[in-house]
Design a protein around this ligand. Structure first.
Ligand code: FAD
Ligand code: EPU
Length: 334
């Protein structure tokens, strides 16, 4: 293990924030984990840096995950089980499965980041969440210094949530994920925009590849490319509100989009709420709100993490004032 000191994290986060880590190391092999565990400093695990906002110089060690490998662990008539090392790039895994015609991950194409981060917030897009294909998650425990296996139900997955964001936060490093994929895909094109895009593409016969490409087209049309404009995707979660509050808002804003969660609860898009508060396309210095998707905060160049943080606070306050809804940040703040 090689420790570097005072390392700039600028190339390692998609928000393009320039702060230094006190110590930095590359993790290339699971066998190094025992040695890293023995170090006294606080440990921060970094994948693709696409869901973090750096607001200050980081004390402790940043462990950049570079664990690689995809192994077909078993198969039967209907399924394949892939064991994927946590440092693999998520979109490359999706394309690997799509190219084999295996179903399950196609709606999640083009999400940035690593496989190891996928269970953390149970990544989701276009009607599908990672939890639907994750069979189990293997982790290294910093305290116990052993590998542990968590079944799907142990992970306590929810909307942008799992046990890894709660009681296991800072306790484990995810080393690999076991996915169960379908040899005979079951397509999910329930998300309106996806069906429209497939029609637009002239797709007559559905396939995992067609769905993945449709998802990629939609994403490219709405979301800023982190290579060009710093961002971490949705900055906030979509809030779930009571039917009572929803009815009150709906009376004044009949156009509010919504998804029924159950009889008493409704999910509303945070992007719509933020747009109604007038933030879409807003910019102050280099910190701003994306002009095509108000849920995405952007760094137009040299914004500091605390400028983005401050802007996010102003957005939370204005949405609360106008709609009595408290937005929750999705991005991890370091
Ligand atoms: P990082 O940002 O490096 O880390 C995120 C958190 O996970 C940190 O707390 C980190 O410590 C922890 N972590 C990372 N790897 C491990 C590990 N191996 N073990 C333990 N902890 C770990 N997300 C969605 O759900 N749906 C979307 O549609 C979506 N679209 C996006 C679009 C854009 C343009 C961008 C920039 C982001 C988008 N995201 C989306 C958010 C992001 O891509 C995901 O959250 C992704 O899973 C983060 O992966 P990462 O490797 O970059 O994680
Ligand atoms: N909307 C607006 N104004 C905006 C943005 C959105 O009115 O500025 C409205 C849209 O018109 C639409 C609704 O909000 O009616 C939903 O918009 P969209 O389909 O773009 O999805 P989203 O709810 O904003 C969520 C996820 C995304 C994911 C997409 C597609 C969250 C927090 N975000 O966004 O995930 O890619 O759905 O499934 O759940 C991420 O987590 O980083 C992320 C990008």
């Amino acid at each position: 293990m090689q420790l570097q000191q005072n390392k700039s994290l600028l190339p390692y986060n998609t928000f393009h924030i320039d702060v230094n880590a006190e110590f930095f190391t590359e993790l290339n092999d699971v066998s190094s984990l025992a040695e890293i565990s023995a170090l006294p400093q606080q440990k921060h695990i970094l994948g693709g840096g696409s869901n973090i906002l750096l607001i200050q110089p980081l004390k402790g060690i940043v462990i950049h995950n570079n664990l690689k490998g995809i192994v077909l662990e078993k198969e039967d008539d209907q399924h394949v089980w892939l064991r994927v090392a946590s440092g693999e790039i998520w979109h490359e895994l999706v394309m690997h499965t799509v190219n084999h015609g295996w179903g399950g991950l196609e709606n999640l194409a083009l999400i940035p980041g690593t496989v190891g981060a996928s269970p953390i917030q149970n990544i989701g897009a276009y009607g599908v969440e990672a939890k639907e294909t994750i069979e189990s998650v293997e982790c290294w425990s910093w305290n116990q210094r052993t590998l542990q296996n968590f079944s799907n139900s142990d992970c306590e997955f929810g909307y942008r949530d799992s046990i890894f964001k709660r009681i296991l936060k800072n306790e484990v490093l995810i080393t690999s994920v076991l996915f169960r994929l379908n040899k005979v895909p079951v397509y999910n094109i329930s998300y309106g925009a996806l069906e429209d895009e497939l029609k637009q593409m002239g797709v007559e016969e559905l396939s995992v590849k067609a769905i993945a490409y449709a998802v990629m087209n939609i994403r490219r049309s709405k979301l800023p490319d982190p290579k060009v404009t710093g961002n971490a995707g949705s900055f906030f979660k979509n809030p779930t509100i009571s039917k009572l509050l929803y009815d009150k808002i709906h009376a004044n804003y009949p156009g509010i989009p919504s998804y029924q969660v159950n009889e008493l609860k409704i999910k509303v898009p945070a992007g719509w709420l933020i747009e109604q508060c007038g933030w879409k396309g807003y910019r102050k210095n280099d910190a701003g709100v994306h002009a095509k998707q108000a849920l995405v905060l952007v760094n137009h160049g040299h914004a500091k993490g605390d400028e983005i943080w401050k802007l996010s606070g102003e957005i939370v306050a204005s949405v609360k004032e106008k709609f009595a809804i408290e937005l929750e940040r999705e991005v991890q703040v370091w």
